[in-house]
Design a protein around this ligand. Structure first.
Ligand SMILES: *Cc1c(COP(=O)(O)O)cnc(C)c1O
Length: 401
């Protein structure tokens, strides 16, 4: 038994099997690279599902975290702390919005957005009690809580968790007619990922997001954009919605907001929308804690420079030119995505995404498969062009031969 085998056996024996990790045991990481317990190095092309947009062990983020660790880490929202106002102001400004409601994980932020939309519906729009409806898209991924999986279309995510939360209408992603038909006077929000991440990096048809924006405005319905994975630089812009010139009513943020150090999420919107909350009506012990605010403030400062977005756009262009050349050759049936974010579909006959991931692991590249036959490529935005090219060489070797 190797150290790797022992550590995996211990994990398997004492953890719930709600994941099926690749058989690699990471010990350290730096930038776009991870090193396992046996000293083997791997290029990280998953980047913690975009939680690691700024890479592992980012100096600026570690310094910000360290400095705050020595000052104060948790107050709870029972008291004010000196990083909170600054964090809310800076995040609101980055989003072009007015107010922030901080939480921790993405799913909590989505829950918060659902509560926000419902409360806004009852208190502002005048929807009759208990009647609020939210329109969502098939193939969505918004997290794992019981309410959020209630409107999932993924049987694996949903099975045996009922009874499910009512109040959601599911329409096909990209289908505006179906969305229009699903709307009633009691519709309070449309909740969408501007690019569906877990579904396989699905980019909606051009013009869809602007049409949703127009329709929601017309019907006095909130457009809630879940930019937890697509936002904060990944696609080459701060927000994926920007590619189509769309400004939603509500942004839901998470993942990279915590700099890969700790979970930080938030709902960001106007005062007219987030102003519906009164003291005691919603909260979180850890939401908006000083350490989270300090790290997120550094993330925001880094994004304000625009350099990470520019890098994602430039390297993303390169990535898509290289991957695009593979589409329809060898084992690759399709490539989608935007910026430093791609979904690569593998021909069924060749094997599963899992098998491809294992072959890539043997070549020193870590990716994660999704939905059986897709692998996603989403390196840290800080990856060097040389490292990206090396990773692409490994992909080519496995997928084209
Ligand atoms: C990851 C993700 C979530 C859930 O975030 P957690 O931090 O895992 O709860 C929600 N929405 C989208 C689009 C995501 O990618």
């Amino acid at each position: 038994m190797t150290a790797t085998d022992d550590l995996i056996a211990a994990a398997e024996a004492h953890s719930a099997h709600n994941y099926h990790p690749l058989p690699v045991v990471v010990a350290t990481a730096d930038g776009a690279w991870m090193t396992d317990v046996e000293g083997r190095r791997y290029l990280d092309l998953l980047a913690g599902y975009s939680a690691l947009n700024f890479g592992h062990g980012n100096r600026r983020l570690l310094d910000a975290a360290r400095a705050q660790l020595e000052r104060v880490t948790l107050t709870s929202r029972a008291f004010h702390h000196d990083r909170f106002g600054e964090f809310c102001a800076q995040l609101a400004q980055l989003c072009g919005m007015e107010m922030v409601l901080p939480m921790n994980t993405g799913a909590e932020a989505v829950e918060t957005a659902v509560k926000t939309a419902r409360k806004w519906g009852y208190r502002v729009k005048g929807v009759p009690a208990e009647m609020a409806k939210i329109v969502v898209a098939g193939g969505n991924f918004h997290g794992r809580t019981t309410t959020v999986i209630s409107f999932s279309t993924d049987p694996e995510a949903r099975a045996d968790y009922g009874p499910y939360t009512p109040g959601f209408e599911i329409v096909p992603y990209g289908d505006l007619t179906a969305m229009r038909q699903a709307m009633t006077e009691n519709t309070v929000a449309v909740l969408l990922e501007p690019i569906q991440g877990e579904s396989g990096v699905i980019v909606p048809p051009e013009g869809y997001l602007p049409a949703v924006r127009e329709l929601t405005r017309e019907r006095n319905v909130l457009f809630v954009a879940d930019e937890i994975q697509s936002g904060l630089g990944r696609t080459g812009r701060t927000f994926a919605c920007e590619h189509e010139g769309v400004v939603p009513d509500v942004y839901v943020l998470g993942k990279a907001l915590g700099g890969g150090i700790l979970p930080v999420s938030a709902v960001v919107s106007s005062a007219a929308v987030l102003g519906v909350f009164r003291p005691g009506e919603h909260g979180s012990t850890f939401g908006g804690n000083p350490l989270a605010c300090a790290v997120a403030l550094e993330v925001i400062a880094m994004l304000r420079s625009g350099e990470y977005q520019a890098r994602a756009a430039e390297l993303g262009g390169h990535l898509h030119r290289e991957l695009g050349a593979l589409a329809g050759t060898g084992r690759v049936t399709a490539v989608r995505g935007r910026g430093l974010w791609a979904g690569v579909d593998i021909a069924r006959a060749y094997g599963t995404g899992r098998e491809v991931s294992e072959k890539l692991m043997d070549r020193g590249v870590l990716v994660k498969d999704t939905h059986g036959s897709t692998i996603r490529v989403a390196p840290p935005l800080t990856i060097s062009k040389e490292d990206l090219d090396w990773g692409l060489d490994q992909l080519r070797a496995v997928l084209v031969g």
